[in-house]
Unconditional design. Structure first.
Length: 157
């Protein structure tokens, strides 16, 4: 069923489904590759290469996809002593904060302590709301900060 969806859906929608299936342990990349023989499945192999089981939410997948489309390749699910980062581009921590997991006082306070730790250790946290990600503002919000930090890919080294 997932392969049929990959064939029919827009790439971003297929990637969201792939990330979720991989993260949930419902399938592996190897199992999917085995069912996609031949050159006619090249586009699906490319899509499968982009899938990442470390993505913990559809917001992370959307933000990552849009950054990759713009030429920026963030790391996913980077573990630091303060916890796991959603997306990391150089020293820019990009967090995709849905209201569901960031609406309680304790969550809000934890996020602030995390941000303080990140700043103290040379990282710059950038929190994107679910609305910003779902309305495809990721690149326009991330690019100027990443450029200022020197971690946007089109900058001369």
């Amino acid at each position: 069923m997932l392969i049929t969806f990959m064939r029919c859906a827009e790439p971003l929608d297929a990637l969201i489904a792939l990330d979720a299936a991989l993260r949930g342990g419902l399938v592996t990349k190897e199992q999917l590759r085995a069912r996609l023989p031949g050159r006619r499945n090249g586009k699906l192999h490319t899509l499968l290469d982009r899938a990442n089981p470390k993505a913990r939410s559809l917001l992370e997948t959307i933000a990552r996809y849009e950054l990759e489309e713009a030429g920026a390749i963030p790391e996913v699910g980077v573990e630091l002593p303060i916890g796991e980062l959603d997306l990391l581009l150089g020293k820019l921590d990009i967090e995709t904060d849905g209201h569901e997991f960031h609406s309680q006082w304790a969550d809000w306070e934890h996020d602030r302590r995390r941000d303080q730790w990140l700043i103290a250790h040379g990282y710059t946290p950038l929190r994107l709301t679910s609305r910003q990600v779902l309305t495809h503002q990721t690149v326009e919000l991330v690019r100027p900060v990443a450029q200022r930090l020197g971690c946007w890919p089109d900058q001369a080294a």
